[in-house]
Design a protein around this ligand. Structure first.
Ligand code: NCD
Length: 316
């Protein structure tokens, strides 16, 4: 096993071998999760704390189930009710928790870079569950596992990532991961929703959805991240759906066996047609959720094992 990372802060720090190691282990956890006895003792005696400073349904539930299935003691911090509201800084909260000897900290935060900062202050493994518009590594890994299982490979695929790229940590982590695995990536959306640093990504950019979807293997839709917008990015939701909402007609430009993905939460009738999202012949949205638990189990196991291999005192 070559996995040596202390934390999982972003896809940026992973090699193609790391990515493959995580996905291979996650495949085994898919089988465990489909069995009658969904339990292992891999994290027995370990304490996992989930700190979500931003709303989350599936990611938090997925990390909680993942930890419990591996036998860890899992605590969800109620961040709304915590001392943060009394003015305590993120770092003070982290140091307080650190003194209770957790082994895994799962953190979601509205500010890009906050999770990296926190990782410098604690001596346990930190997993980034999404920081601002920066990274969401476990989402990209679960997307990769879903693609690999549906397409039989994770290289030389044409993948279109569509919609609000500018505000999306999911897009950023997916661009990094799919690029490292040598896929061709197209970003499709209005210029107002494209990130400014786009030329550094090594991707093709399309403003027209039908052209952008021509012959792709994978169509990844994104939610309009209204909470990160300060107005003026799109004319109206109706107009946006007309030009960029995925429906059967626009999808007909992709390959016949192209799969449809969405990280959730979905806005039906804004970025995607509800019937298409539910079409089990095209949409793998529920598989993505299923793969999420398996991928998080794999990441947590590998991080805890990598730490056990390190001599005491080396970790900062
Ligand atoms: C994504 C997120 O939080 O970045 N959701 C998720 O983790 N499943 C995408 C989104 O909020 O649109």
């Amino acid at each position: 096993m070559t996995f040596r990372a202390e934390h999982l802060l972003g896809i940026e720090h992973l090699s193609p071998t790391d990515i493959t190691a995580i996905l291979d282990l996650a495949d085994q956890y898919v089988d465990l999760n489909r069995s009658d006895r969904k339990h292992s003792e891999v994290l027995a005696g370990q304490t996992q704390v989930n700190m979500f400073f931003e709303n989350s349904t599936r990611t938090q539930a997925s990390f909680e189930i993942a930890g419990k299935r591996l036998g860890a003691d899992v605590m969800n911090m109620a961040m709304q009710a915590s001392s943060i509201k009394k003015g305590e800084t993120l770092i003070d909260t982290a140091l307080t928790l650190n003194a209770m000897h957790p082994d895994l900290l799962v953190v979601r935060h509205p500010h890009s870079g906050a999770v990296n900062l926190l990782a410098e202050k604690v001596n346990c493994a930190v997993l980034n569950a999404g920081d601002g518009r920066h990274e969401h590594p476990t989402q990209a890994l679960l997307d990769a596992l879903t693609i690999r299982r549906a397409k039989g490979r994770l290289h030389r695929l044409n993948v279109a990532i569509c919609g609000d790229i500018a505000h999306s940590r999911v897009a950023r982590s997916n661009i990094l991961l799919l690029g490292k695995m040598e896929n061709r990536i197209r970003l499709v959306g209005p210029p107002t929703l494209m990130p400014s640093e786009i030329d550094q990504f090594g991707v093709e950019v399309y403003e027209d959805m039908r052209e952008g979807l021509e012959d792709v293997d994978v169509v990844m839709m994104l939610r309009l991240q209204r909470e990160r917008m300060d107005g003026g990015f799109i004319p109206s939701e109706r107009e946006y759906y007309h030009r960029y909402g995925l429906d059967a007609e626009k999808l007909s430009h992709a390959k016949n066996d192209a799969i449809v993905m969405h990280p959730g939460p979905m806005n039906r009738g804004v970025e995607i047609d509800g019937t298409l999202a539910d079409d089990i012949n095209r949409s793998v949205i529920q598989e993505q959720v299923e793969m999420g638990v398996a991928v998080r189990m794999a990441c947590m196991e590998l991080l805890v094992k990598a730490r056990k291999l390190k001599p005491v005192g080396v970790m900062v």
